[in-house]
Write a protein of this length. Structure first.
Length: 171
């Protein structure tokens, strides 16, 4: 990982370059270069420019990007303030060929800091597809714990998929 990496709030100008990074990280053959993909489970696009623009425009959400000194976007994470001291972490992704290099950990830490400072959160939750044992274990190693709650996957599928909820206290 380069020492000139910075984590910052995304801007509208970032979105045309960021959207392909997200798609490469989650879908298609390029996603298989990393280990956090959903390419074997889902084929539809992961997100859209409209959805990303909505995150940036929302006062209850923040989109953070990891950027190399030369301006190359390497990944992102979103944080949503849910109220009552709770924030939601989503869309954590890193360019597939750079996964397992520490960028995801930096984004995760930045998201937790953002949840505390921007939304006054004292805990943060996320959802992970229930069959993704290695990804659940990754988050557990970082202090997240399964809550026992299971939610429907946001897109109806046949057969249906489910998400488990993990939560971490933010001290």
């Amino acid at each position: 990982m380069s020492s000139d990496l910075m984590i910052r709030l995304a801007t509208r100008g970032d979105l045309p370059g960021l959207h392909p990074v997200i798609e490469r990280a989650y879908r298609g053959d390029s996603a298989r270069e990393g280990w956090t993909h959903e390419a074997d489970l889902l084929e539809d696009p992961r997100t859209s420019l409209d959805v990303l623009e909505g995150i940036i425009a929302s006062p209850e959400q923040r989109l953070l990007v990891a950027e190399r000194g030369d301006g190359t976007l390497l990944g992102c994470v979103s944080v949503t303030g849910l109220g009552g001291g709770l924030a939601y972490l989503g869309q954590l992704c890193v360019e597939p060929r750079l996964q397992a290099g520490g960028i995801g950990k930096l984004l995760l830490t930045a998201a937790e800091d953002c949840a505390r400072s921007e939304f006054g959160a004292d805990r943060i939750e996320m959802t992970v597809i229930d069959t993704r044992a290695e990804l659940i274990a990754y988050y557990e190693r970082r202090g997240y714990a399964l809550t026992g709650e299971r939610r429907d996957f946001p897109i109806p599928l046949d057969p249906p998929m489910f998400m488990v909820v993990l939560e971490k206290p933010l001290a």
